[in-house]
Design a protein around this ligand. Sequence first.
Ligand SMILES: Cc1ncc(COP(=O)(O)O)c(C=O)c1O
Length: 327
Amino acid sequence: MKRSLFCPGGTDAVEMALKLSMGNTNRYKILSFWDAFHGAGFGAISVGGEAIFRGQISLLPGTLHVAPPDCYRCPYGYPDKESCSLECAKMVRYVLDKEKDVAAFIGEAIRSMPYIPPTGFWKEIRSACNDFGVRLIIDAIPQCLGKTGKMFPIDHYDLIPDIMVIGKGLGGGIFPIAGIIAREGMNTLEHRAIGHYTHEKSPVGCAAALATINYIEKYNLVDNAEKQGAYALKLLNELKEKHSMIGNIRGIGLLLGIELVKDRKTKKRATEEAEKVLYRCINKGLSFKLTMGNIISLYPPLIITREQMDWAIKIIDESLSEVEKAC
Ligand SMILES: Cc1ncc(COP(=O)(O)O)c(C=O)c1O
């Protein structure tokens, strides 16, 4: 993948990837996952699958969705990864076959709650895209760079998309710069503008990205993400033994999720409890995001140390105990 084009933000980069795929295939339909987030522009919310962004707004025509690879709450009813037969990946093939004229499939290789698809998942989707002439776009914005313990999330699946979208951490997490990287054969729209933003090739953004890449390489931060992530996952699995409110722990590198439930059998989301845990943690100095209302989502920086990880997980442990006691 040798062709790149930069722009100020992730949403713009996603929309450049959509435009490039449409122009490249002369088709307009896009397939993506329900519950996905790909940015806040009209194109991005149309391929996104979160209701909060989609209500009472005219969306792009031809945007189709399939269920995501949520292995804890499998949309096809499989109880665990062991019994999984990749129905969610096969549904992509099914829809592409029925529709025939889809331009692209867009998804995150590893969704940042995280959803970590089983082995074989992306191989099946890549092969379906190849069979139906569909471009595969991997949105790697939140996992870029190095967050999963590998430089890019596709490296976990030996996956080569047609276009990869990067952003967020590319500018060190603080300077706006995003972009697309495409394979050579995608370079068919030289006569058209798919970007053309004022700050498209921001020199300061590029300097920030170069400095970030140099720093990551110099201090082996991808290795650190893998090492600290594995350590955190071990501690979080120990917490699961202690707190019945924890229904599921999942993680890869520094993308970590603690799913809180009212009951491990029914898996009913413990949203009020999760909010209480969040505010207790904030009062103790630890901030994070709740996904879907009940998933404590931890995305610590690549430079995190073992001591900082211990400190953070201790706060979560204490806060869970306090909320459990109060319930
Ligand atoms: C998967 C994904 N795609 C796209 C975006 C949009 O990026 P930006 O906020 O830079 O427009 C985000 C932002 O959270 C994201 O998580």
